[in-house]
Structure formats: structure tokens, C-alpha cells
Design a protein around this ligand. Structure first.
Ligand code: DQA
Length: 145
């Protein structure tokens, strides 16, 4: 049984009511429940964590190393575009990860087109809404089996 960690960055706790025309109407709880069902059904373990604080997300990446997590799925929110510290955390632990965005970051403001993480991620899913998390999980499970 492998361990998978799902990390959600700032403001994603507000999903459901936050700019639903951009991010959809699914709540974070719905997304996590769906991932839990999908990953548990495959016989693997998943832990989901959301924080609005950069250092708490970094701490979780360190925890992932300690707990021998095999893969991370992360929607870093706005930290995607700014956080060299998150990038360094992933480089420090050498845990493979998939970057997920609900919205298509390439069809929005210029500043959203740059990611501090994409080039060190295994891959990215962007613009497919909440389903993007499940597609990322399907990929991760295929890598672990
Ligand atoms: C986001 C896109 C980011 O640009 C934004 O700051 C978010 C959400 C997405 O899921 O589409 O908070 O990561």
C-alpha cells in the first residue's frame, strides 16, 4: 500500500463560493471525499491537507518525506506563481508530484502563466476543474501499480 499526499494552497478552502465562474461549485470537502474514495478503492492511502500559509505547506512536504509518501498531488494556488520556497521543498525531498489547477492558468492574467513548480513536476493538469484532481490521481495510481 502506497501513501499519497494531496496539498491545497491558499484560498482553496473557499471553493464552492470563491469565484464559481472560474473555479466551479465543488467544495474542497467534495473534492477530498472523491479523492479519498478513488484512492482508497485502489488499496492505497491518501492524506489531504489545505493551508493558507506557505510555511505550513512546506512543513507538510517535509512530513511527506518522513512518512514515506510516494507521490504528492498539489494545487499550490497563488503560491504557484511566487514560491521558490515550495520549489526548494520539493527539490529537498525528491518526492514526485503532479501540479493541478482548476482553472486554465494559461487563458488568464499574464502572471498566472509562470509557475515556479511546473518544470520540476512530473506533469500538470490545468483547466479541467475538480475532475483534474481525479485525473491526476488516476495517473499517480498508474505509476504506483
Ligand atoms: C489556481 C490558479 C491560481 O492562479 C490561483 O491563484 C488559485 C487557484 C487554480 O486552481 O486554478 O488560487 O491554482
Amino acid at each position: 500500500m502506497a501513501k499519497i499526499m494531496v496539498l491545497h494552497g491558499p484560498n482553496l478552502n473557499l471553493l464552492g463560493t470563491r469565484e464559481p465562474d472560474i473555479y466551479g461549485t465543488d467544495t474542497l470537502a467534495t473534492i477530498n471525499d472523491s479523492l479519498l474514495a478513488q484512492i482508497n478503492a485502489s488499496g492505497n492511502e491518501v492524506v489531504c491537507y489545505q493551508s493558507n500559509a506557505e510555511h505550513e505547506l512546506i512543513d507538510q512536504i517535509h512530513v511527506a518525506k518522513r512518512d514515506q509518501v510516494s507521490y504528492i498531488i498539489i494545487n499550490p494556488g497563488a503560491f504557484t506563481h511566487t514560491s521558490i520556497a515550495l520549489r526548494d521543498a520539493f527539490l529537498s525531498v525528491s518526492i514526485p508530484f503532479v501540479e493541478v489547477h482548476l482553472s486554465n492558468v494559461f487563458s488568464r492574467e499574464e502572471f498566472r502563466k509562470h509557475s515556479c513548480l511546473s518544470d520540476i513536476a512530473t506533469g500538470c493538469v490545468t483547466g479541467l476543474g475538480a475532475l483534474g484532481y481525479n485525473l491526476a490521481a488516476e495517473f499517480v495510481l498508474s505509476q504506483l501499480s
